[in-house]
Design a binder for this molecule. Structure first.
Ligand code: AKG
Length: 186
């Protein structure tokens, strides 16, 4: 319940930041149907951290992500051609803008490209909670943010379709067309 309060507060502020009513971004992402998906990443020590990554560079498919890491440095974000370490601050929450919020905001908020590195001696753990629309929710640029001068930069599609397309692209880039085909047939 505490996390719901934090998310609602963030979504209200992000909505006002777009010039919308405070509930409009939350509604555009699914309102009461929003899904909270907890993942636990466990990165054991790695003898050659220079050769490995914990998680490869990506943006989250979610609306927003709330992440808590342990005190082992590892998260990096990409900006202006450089990777930057995200400093560990005790008790701080790390908030990522995800793809769905980029879409709803019609590109005003950018999904953050990030990755995680591994440590030679220490185990790193992180607990992201992905705050996502339900699969059948159609997500597109908020109508109030689309005008003749500022046309829609993204197509509207269900979250399920968005996920399928993104996973397909990733698998094709990894040259795994068989898995990609299987996902398509699900
Ligand atoms: O471990 C981290 O800090 C990042 C994890 C992450 O990006 C992910 O699980 O999608």
């Amino acid at each position: 319940m505490h996390l719901h309060g934090v998310v609602n507060k963030l979504l209200r502020a992000l909505s006002l930041g777009l010039g919308l009513e405070e509930n409009e971004v939350r509604e555009a992402l699914g309102g009461e149907e929003l899904i909270y998906l907890l993942k636990i990443n466990y990165y054991p020590p790695c003898p050659r951290p220079d050769l490995a990554l914990g998680v490869v560079a990506h943006t989250d498919m979610s609306g927003i992500t709330i992440l808590v890491p342990n005190d082992v440095q590892g998260l990096q974000v990409f900006r202006d051609g450089h990777w930057y370490d995200v400093e560990y601050i005790p008790n701080a929450l790390i908030i990522h803008i995800g793809d769905q919020l980029e879409v709803v905001s019609n590109g005003k908020y950018k999904a953050v490209l990030h990755r995680s590195t591994v440590n030679k001696e220490k185990t790193r753990i992180s607990w992201p909670v992905f705050v996502e629309p339900p699969e059948d929710k159609e997500v597109g640029p908020h109508p109030k943010l689309v005008t003749n001068e500022n046309p829609a930069k993204y197509n509207t599609k269900t979250y399920q379709e968005y996920k399928h397309r993104k996973l397909n692209k990733l698998l094709n880039n990894l040259k795994l067309p068989y898995i990609s085909k299987t996902i398509n047939n699900l």
